[in-house]
Design a protein around this ligand. Structure first.
Ligand code: CMP
Length: 144
């Protein structure tokens, strides 16, 4: 079924010039880009996005990192977009991410793992609403 997922290239990915590489992987897989913007994240917004991790020892460092430079915020759409997004991105820990995935190919450090992708349909809907206004999300059709 058609789904939407929230994907974010983090400051390390932007700084390393990996925006195009990540977008190409999603486009080549057949997902559809329906919204995108560069955002300088505030600490308040970062804390909302990572709300569930508030009790983790790395939370403060994570917020500091995600606010350290612009992120590329995107919404991708397609059948099973959430699951496919996770597949393309690979395991959270780059040491466990399969070769062929973004993290498996391009990252070595769990706190600098280039990209975020929603882990479930519910969190995708929550994150999309947190990062985008309705009018920022386009509606268009991929060629058949
Ligand atoms: P992300 O998919 O954005 O979701 C939460 C992030 O927390 C995760 O990617 C990692 O970048 C980060 N993270 C998870 N575990 C650790 C850890 N043990 N140390 C530092 N950062 C972590």
């Amino acid at each position: 079924s058609a789904e939407r997922t929230y994907v974010m290239i983090k400051p390390d990915g932007v700084a390393r010039g990996l925006i195009g590489d990540v977008i190409s992987r999603f486009e080549n897989k057949g997902l559809q880009l329906v919204a995108m913007k560069l955002v300088q994240v505030t600490p308040e917004h970062a804390e909302k996005h990572y709300e569930d991790l508030k009790s983790k020892p790395f939370f403060a460092g994570l917020v500091e990192f995600i606010t350290s430079g612009p992120v590329c915020a995107m919404v991708w759409k397609g059948p099973n977009a959430v699951r496919i997004g996770r597949l393309l991105v690979g395991a959270t820990n780059p040491a466990e991410a399969a070769v062929g995935t973004v993290r498996g190919d391009l990252a070595a450090d769990i706190s600098r793992n280039i990209v975020h992708a929603s882990d479930a349909v519910e969190s995708a809907n929550h994150e999309i609403a947190l990062w985008f206004k309705d009018e920022e999300i386009t509606s268009w059709d991929l060629p058949a």
